[in-house]
Design a protein around this ligand. Structure first.
Ligand code: DAK
Length: 259
């Protein structure tokens, strides 16, 4: 169904893999369009609650935007690509499903930016992160200047973007870019195990918490706390809240179903 993506569903978990084997999964506009469409379909579904984003093969998550496509692109094409990427990457942050990046190898430029748009990053030991754009005479344009600074702080983001240094998985973990580092062979199992833990909680509550974190961290504390209070109230109207608390008091496992 897709030319540049592989998609697999395992119950409530969808795995979406960037699939451009000839270019280390570089992100061209066709790939971004497909990813946007694919995520747009997933976000409407209630049977999929976690999305794992990865790269096909073992060498790369995504080696960045496609340089061969960009080399002769004019300003208008650059802008169109930027708008498409902005919509696609923002979808990952705003969709009610939890998104986990399984970073298996190179996550450079747009690849690093794609991983940063996911809620959680699990890195294989062979993962390599970096923002090499300034070495190509451009700057990160898929949100890298904004998301990297928010994840690791301005100082570290500036150093990585200005030097174009690549960092390995351990360093990415140390600075807070990766949530976890695991042997490459265990990457997908680790992501599925994490998905399972998340799925055992209230999916609707998780989606509200995601929205509060996403929106709240980009606003002032009072507005963020206000939004949290409103959504906290909303959670009290759900089946899951009644069931979760009743199950606790009855000393049994809760059956949480809302999403
Ligand atoms: N684009 C196109 N082709 C790529 C590519 C890329 N980003 N990365 C690798 N390839 C291709 C190589 O050209 C090579 O193709 P053939 O020669 O086989 O035809 C094939 O993939 C295998 O790559 P290598 O032979 O280079 O493999 P190595 O193991 O030796 O090296 C590497 C792996 C990942 C270190 C190296 O391939 C590399 O440095 N790749 C480029 C990494 C990079 O600079 N990525 C950042 C791209 S800049 C925009 C917003 C954002 C952006 C752009 C526009 N707008 C708003 C418009 C983002 C920009 C970027 O991401």
């Amino acid at each position: 169904m897709y030319e540049h993506l592989l998609m697999e569903e395992k119950g409530p978990v969808a795995v979406v893999a960037i699939h451009n084997p000839k270019s280390l999964n570089a992100l061209n506009s066709a790939t971004l369009s497909e990813l946007n469409a694919c995520l747009g379909e997933i976000e409407k579904r209630r049977d999929i609650r976690v999305v794992i984003v990865t790269g096909s093969g073992t060498k790369a998550f995504a080696a960045g935007a496609d340089i061969s496509e960009m080399v002769n692109a004019a300003a208008a094409e650059g802008r169109a690509m930027a708008l498409l990427a902005k919509e696609t990457f923002r979808r990952l942050e705003k969709m009610p499903q939890v998104t986990i990046a399984a970073v298996n190898g190179y996550a450079l430029g747009g690849g690093c930016e794609l991983s940063m748009s996911c809620d959680i990053r699990v890195a294989a030991e062979n993962a390599v992160f970096g923002q090499p754009e300034c070495g190509l005479g451009i700057l990160p344009g898929f949100g890298g200047t904004q998301r990297l600074a928010r994840l690791v702080g301005k100082g570290r983001a500036k150093e990585l973007i200005f030097t174009c240094d690549r960092i390995d998985a351990r360093e990415a973990y140390r600075i807070g870019l990766a949530n976890k580092v695991v042997p490459a062979a265990e990457l997908m199992d680790t992501c599925f195990a994490m998905a399972e833990r998340i799925l055992s909680k209230g999916s609707y509550a998780v989606s509200l918490a995601k929205m509060c974190i996403e929106t709240g961290t980009d606003t002032d504390l009072d507005s963020g706390l206000e939004m949290e209070a409103v959504n906290f109230g909303l959670a009290f109207a759900t089946h899951d809240k009644k069931e979760g608390m009743t199950a606790f008091l009855e000393k049994r496992a809760a059956v949480l179903t809302d999403f």
